[in-house]
Design a protein. Structure first.
Length: 273
């Protein structure tokens, strides 16, 4: 029975096992999805474990998305450009890495009819998820992308990486102080930090104007405070479960070569989205 792992630290909170096991079951596949907590010093041995004949592939979560690539045979162009890998799969005996967060983020925005073309976007965070979101914001034609992170140095590094990888594809790309300012100057805000994973509000104390589209990539069993406030304020709200769903569907296709049973995966989520 081939296994797919989620490697990271922590992993116990993940909603992916129920979603992916539902997908395997719906397609009549004898696979299972398991959690594998991996510390930083064990990342190489975890990659070696995934090379085993009884392993189909893996998802990668924090804090390993930016480091796992060094243990792989090949990294796809999208993941190279972003600088983060979240999905491992096998082709012709090689262990390869890709980034399905980027496409999953774009799919989630499309499902909620959020078009960033020409928009002014505030991106919170500077880790692997923020890199994927930033890449897709530029791909989608955002006019302004402003990055705010609790560590300014990482925000500046992400801005520089996006400038290098995307050249002139964005008209204005900069860094703001943390906490971010009032949001009246923005059309879209994206929380790509881990704030919300334990019930925090990523924008606590900051009003959410009604015209704002609020995107939270944090996928939790209960709605995050940020998404709850966004709905209460009349904003368009894109729940982190949607990105989880769509990136998971893209990963499923990489592992199996089959189109993912999206309805079965959606039904396995802990609440409707």
């Amino acid at each position: 029975m081939p296994v797919v792992y989620l490697i990271g630290d922590p992993v116990a909170h993940s909603l992916s096992p129920a979603m992916q096991d539902a997908a395997f079951s719906a397609m009549g596949l004898p696979h299972r999805y398991e959690l594998l907590r991996v510390g930083e010093h064990d990342l190489g041995s975890a990659a070696q474990r995934i090379r085993g004949v009884d392993v189909l592939g893996a998802n990668v979560t924090i804090p390993h998305k930016e480091k796992i690539g060094r243990y792989l045979d090949a990294v796809e162009e999208t993941a190279q450009r972003i600088g983060a890998v979240n999905t491992l799969y096998k082709r012709a005996g090689a262990l390869r890495g890709d980034n399905t967060d980027a496409g999953g983020f774009a799919d989630a925005l499309a499902e909620r009819d959020v078009d960033v073309r020409g928009m002014r976007v505030l991106l919170l965070g500077a880790g692997g998820a923020a890199k994927a979101c930033g890449d897709q914001l530029i791909e989608g034609g955002a006019r302004v992308v402003s990055i705010a992170n609790r560590g300014r140095q990482r925000a500046e590094a992400l801005a520089e990486a996006l400038r290098t990888s995307r050249g002139g594809d964005v008209r204005e790309l900069g860094v703001l102080a943390w906490p971010p300012p009032a949001l009246g100057a923005f059309d879209v805000v994206v929380n790509a930090t881990s704030l919300g994973l334990h019930g925090e509000d990523a924008l606590e104390g900051i009003d959410l104007p009604q015209q704002l589209s609020v995107v939270d990539v944090v996928a939790t069993a209960n709605e995050t405070p940020l998404i709850g406030r966004a709905k209460a304020s009349g904003c368009i709200a894109v729940d982190g479960l949607l990105m989880l769903l769509h990136q998971g569907a893209r990963a499923f296709r990489l592992w199996t070569g089959l189109d993912a049973p999206l309805a079965a995966m959606r039904a396995a989520l802990p609440r409707p989205v």
